[in-house]
Write a protein that binds this ligand. Structure first.
Ligand SMILES: COc1ccc(Cl)c(-c2nnc3c(C)nc4ccc(C(=O)NCC(C)C)cc4n23)c1
Ligand SMILES: [Mg+2]
Ligand SMILES: [Zn+2]
Length: 347
């Protein structure tokens, strides 16, 4: 259950200074992970003001501030799927909205844009650092709740989002008309459920087809494929930053994966290779993930939005870096070091 968020905490966010206006903040090269956690609620407010949501939807700042603080409290201190991840995913949504001019060019309505940004901020609330398959394997409470419908963790993140909205003094959407409120919650549901990578694979071909045919603003399927694509791109946006960032993120992801692997071993289960700190070959697995999954998604994005080409190039650059660091990993693995030891040691 949420610990209390104090009135002073809310005030600190509502009164945050405008000193946060760094020009490079709206560039794709900006790395939101460098923002200090205590500064992030102010930045969320700044982004939502900048995107016009406050005025368009007559949002009360103190209610929104309390919502942001409760969402931050809703995230756990796990290596990767924590508030810093949520903040960076929301920052990418901000970059996409601004740089692709998603509202101005009619790709998204103001309401869809608001749902997109809020869904990114909330999409992993209360993540435990374990995968959907681990929920099944361990017969977790969440699996018993949601495994019949699939996307176990994502349904939990959605449920936590709704609960936070319904927390006293947090429903900043209550200024919306009942029709807009209903529509916004439906959009948030589709968008958070779309962050299940398994769901992405089911519609990947449709998204590619949509991009090649040309986005049709009147086609509701196209709208769904585009918002799902934008969610997955935001979720994977760490991979579009520079190599230093990519390496740091890999350390966090594998810290989480290997902790799950250790847990599975304790449960007498055989973890998948990529979860096993003794067997995983991080460069090979990352090369596979970037070449088979990541770059394909961002290429579709770049087909619709040519300015996303820089994101594809950044991923290509990271692929090259993994390939060249592979030789170093292989050398050290000859000396008995695991690839995780090399990853965290290599500076
Ligand atoms: C969009 O939804 C998610 C959910 C969870 C995660 Cl961790 C990620 C994610 N974000 N960055 C990465 C990187 C750099 N490598 C990854 C390598 C493998 C996997 C993966 O999920 N393989 C399937 C197996 C777990 C069934 C995810 C990876 N990933 C994205
Ligand atoms: Mg997730
Ligand atoms: Zn995520």
């Amino acid at each position: 259950y949420h610990m209390q968020v104090s009135q002073q905490d809310v005030l600190d966010v509502t009164m945050c200074p405008s000193e946060h206006d760094v020009p490079e903040y709206s560039l794709f090269s900006f790395t939101p992970r460098k923002i200090l956690s205590k500064e992030t609620p102010c930045y969320v407010l700044k982004m939502m003001k900048d995107l016009g949501f406050i005025d368009t939807f007559r949002i009360k700042i103190d209610t929104l501030s309390r919502f942001i603080l409760y969402v931050r409290k809703g995230y756990r201190e796990v290596p990767y799927h924590n508030w810093q991840h949520a903040f960076s995913v929301a920052h990418f949504a901000y970059l996409a909205l601004k740089n692709f001019q998603l509202i101005e060019k009619g790709y998204l309505s103001q309401l869809e844009a608001l749902a997109y940004f809020v869904s990114c901020l909330c999409h992993d609330i209360d993540h435990r650092g374990t995968t959907n398959s681990f929920q099944q394997q361990s017969n977790s409470v969440l699996a018993s709740l949601y495994s019949s419908e699939g996307s176990v963790m994502e349904r939990h993140h959605l449920s936590q989002t709704i609960c936070t909205l319904n927390t006293e003094g947090c429903n900043f959407l209550d200024s919306l008309s009942s029709q807009d409120y209903r529509k916004c919650l439906d959009l948030i549901k589709d968008m958070i459920l779309a962050t299940d990578l398994a769901s992405h694979y089911k519609i990947h071909a449709k998204q590619l087809n949509m991009a090649q045919e040309g986005f049709d603003k009147t086609n509701p399927y196209h709208k769904y494929y585009l918002t799902s694509l934008l969610m997955t791109c935001a979720d994977l946006s760490d991979q579009t930053k520079d190599w230093t960032e990519t390496k740091k993120v890999a350390q966090l992801i594998y810290a989480e994966f290997f902790a799950q692997g250790d847990l599975e071993k304790k449960m007498g289960k055989e973890p998948a290779n990529m979860m096993d700190r003794e067997k995983a070959s991080i460069p090979d697995h990352q090369l596979e993930f970037l070449t088979q999954c990541c770059i394909c998604i961002f290429k579709i994005l770049a087909t619709i939005f040519p300015s996303a080409k820089v994101l594809v190039n950044a991923i290509k650059q990271n692929i090259l870096c993994w390939e060249s660091s592979k030789r170093i990993f292989d050398k050290y693995s000859m000396e008995g070091k695991t690839s995780y030891e090399v990853l965290v040691s290599e500076e």
